[in-house]
Design a protein around this ligand. Structure first.
Ligand code: NAD
Ligand code: LMR
Ligand code: MG
Length: 604
């Protein structure tokens, strides 16, 4: 009896939410007049209806004509298209930064319109506000800086963070993306300029997961930089000191995490672009204390695993064949090691074999070549994946990529090295000898110039039959014979929004391996057989909201199964536990924020 009434109340809730997206509910503002026009959360520019202008003291502060949301949207897109025309033929860098600037100006002025154009044109705009242009923006941040966005905590703020966190104007925060700028994409240490990454990731959260932009917070933890060029740059905006190390460093991160937890105990913190040693150490330190995850280790692992499983299916083979795939991973950093760990666990689950048997098909290469147990000062993080020289068929410690590929003839060559072009012509040609009918090449490093190879080179040298994926977007490759080589984007953007949203709606206070695994499995099963056989392993970026709803639902379900779901808002743990699989997907979907102008109601 009780169960039934709970179930009904959950579906009622879903229905009421569906209505609420059709007629936007009012939005309470505590300001009036010009202050509203200068607040991008509430500003509607010329879109304020006359009655609202009266109510909010805006009459006379705007030209008299009221322009509809649709007209504003068209006007922006017209400006964007003319900018494209006017910059035609100019260097790519100039064009990309010009496009970023026009979008950024809109972001600073009117968030509702900004997120609507972003959602509707996500495939076109993601490469501007996210990877790869975001890398260029970070490199030029101090020169591009006009207005702050997010929060900046520096080593000089030690002892002050608990009070500083209250300087953030929003009462509620759901999602935080945090970086210390120490490994920005494949571009290295960019110090305070790395703030562009949390901003870009959170834009993807809003666009893909429908996290309310009033509840997001990008954060830069500035503990100095070891980038000599930045330290010598008079316009550099960060602390001009070498990076803190050891306990001094950790005490800053601890203080930040405690301050966040004190003000918003349920906020999720995504660690992003930390150099490897701190990426691993902070994950171990906080994963059982705070609701957090490391996207480069855990998000990337899930996306890569989905791609690896897809590459098995693309050969027309059953998933159980994953255990026989020979996989060479180039890059033993936070991303590469995260991928190896998750992929090996998947082999164990699929085949029921032991960990050491599961590892036998994986080969790890770093900047010193093939990683074996013979290496002197072997990195402890890479040690579990080091090969015993007896098991590598005559290969030796430090063997090069070409030596390994020629000897092993792998099914998959996966790069997370940050080094552009290391899958050179010789390496790619060697992949023609792969034992797979559809060899897979994953050039996952970002941004574009750091990709291990380009799409054109991969198809040209390794053959038209390969499966190709890259971290940054490339155009599909036209073979000129009526056929096209499909380019997949293997980027953690397919997972992190769903991990965040599913965790948020579950109300879990931790993010477990089970929740992350559920996310990866849902992404892996998203594509149908027909597409997979054509080499399409990941959905189009245009479907990112749908993918995120499915991934989010899988994460939420896993949290329920692990008894971690405490509920969110009016929906408690019991309602969640009694929702069907389909209802959970619906529930997640209908909790996604969508940009529309809500009536503003002033309250003192
Ligand atoms: N596509 C995605 O979703 C995604 C996700 C995370 C990271 N990445 C990208 O992966 C790259 C690496 O990230 P990370 O966090 O692991 O970095 P990291 O600095 O922790 O690790 C880099 C690794 O590459 C190795 N390496 C360097 N030069 C090499 C060479 N010449 N040959 C072979 N190995 C070499 C290093 O030894 C190190 O093990 C970056 O470009 C990052 O942008 C992509
Ligand atoms: O930011 C990205 O595009 C993916 C990933 O998090 C990276 O660090 O490269
Ligand atoms: Mg990253």
């Amino acid at each position: 009896m009780w169960k039934f009434s709970r179930f009904v109340s959950a579906s009622k809730l879903l229905r009421s939410r569906r209505f609420s997206t059709a007629i936007p509910g009012p939005c309470i503002v505590h300001k009036r007049g010009a202050d509203i026009l200068h607040d991008p959360w509430f500003n509607k520019d010329t879109g304020f209806p006359l009655t609202e202008r009266d109510r909010l003291g805006l009459r006379g502060l705007l030209p008299p004509r009221v322009i509809s949301f649709e007209q504003q949207y068209e006007r922006f897109m017209d400006s964007f298209r003319s900018l494209e025309k006017n910059t035609h033929g100019q260097p790519e860098k100039v064009v990309s930064l010009a496009k970023w600037r026009i979008l950024n100006r809109l972001h600073d002025r009117n968030e509702t319109l900004y997120y609507r154009v972003l959602i509707d044109n996500i495939k076109e705009f993601a490469p501007i506000i996210y990877t790869p242009t975001v890398g260029l923006v970070c490199q030029n941040y101090s020169g591009l800086f006009r207005r702050p966005r997010g929060m900046y905590f520096s080593a000089k703020d030690k002892g002050e963070m608990m009070s500083m966190i209250y300087n953030w104007p929003a009462h509620e925060v759901d999602m935080i993306v945090l970086t210390d700028g120490s490994r920005i994409l494949g571009l290295g240490d960019l110090g305070v300029q790395g703030i562009g990454i949390p901003i870009g990731k959170l834009d993807v959260y809003v666009a893909a997961a429908g996290i309310n932009p009033q509840r997001i917070l990008p954060v830069m933890l500035d503990v100095g930089t070891n980038n000599e060029k930045l330290l010598g740059d008079r316009l550099y905006l960060g602390l001009r000191q070498p990076r803190l190390e050891g306990e001094e460093y950790l005490s800053i991160v601890d203080e930040f995490m405690e301050a966040v937890h004190a003000r918003w105990p349920k906020a999720i913190v995504q660690f992003e672009d930390f150099q490897m040693k701190w990426a691993f150490e902070t994950l171990e330190r906080y994963k059982k204390r705070f609701c957090m995850f490391n996207d480069d280790i855990q998000g990337t692992a899930g996306v890569a695993l989905a791609g690896l499983l897809g590459s098995v299916r693309s050969q027309g083979r059953p998933l159980s064949d994953f255990v026989n795939q020979k996989i060479v991973v180039v890059g033993a950093g936070s991303a590469g090691l995260g991928v190896l760990k998750m992929a090996i666990q998947a082999v164990e689950r699929i085949s029921g074999c032991s960990e050491s048997a599961a590892k036998s098909q994986f080969f790890l290469i770093d900047k010193n070549g093939l990683v074996t147990t013979e290496r002197s000062n072997l990195d402890p993080a890479a040690a579990p994946f080091a090969k015993n020289p007896r098991d590598i068929d005559g290969l030796t410690e430090g063997a090069s990529i070409i030596e390994v590929v020629k000897k092993i003839k792998p099914h998959v060559l996966l790069g997370l090295s940050g080094v552009g072009g290391i899958f050179n012509e010789e390496v790619l040609k060697a992949m023609r000898e792969s034992v797979s009918t559809k060899p897979a090449i994953f050039a996952m490093s970002n941004p574009t110039l750091n990709a291990e190879c380009t799409a054109i080179d991969a198809f040209n040298h390794a053959g038209e039959h390969i499966v190709f994926a890259s971290g940054s977007p490339f155009e599909n490759v036209d073979f000129g014979n009526g056929k096209v080589g499909h380019v997949n984007q293997a980027n953690n953007m397919y997972l992190f929004p769903g991990i965040g949203l599913g965790t948020l709606l579950s109300g879990a206070h931790l993010i477990t391996d089970g929740m992350l695994q559920a996310a990866a499995e849902r992404l892996a099963s998203y594509m149908d057989e027909e597409d997979i056989l054509k080499g399409i392993l990941y959905p189009s970026v245009n479907s990112i909201r749908d993918v995120t709803a499915e991934v989010g639902a899988a994460v939420l379900r896993a949290a329920v199964e692990e008894d971690l779901a405490e509920g969110y808002g009016e929906v408690g743990s019991r309602e969640l536990a009694h929702m069907s699989k389909e209802e959970i997907v619906e529930y997640v979907r209908h909790n996604m924020w969508y940009p529309v102008y809500s009536p503003l109601v002033h309250e003192k």
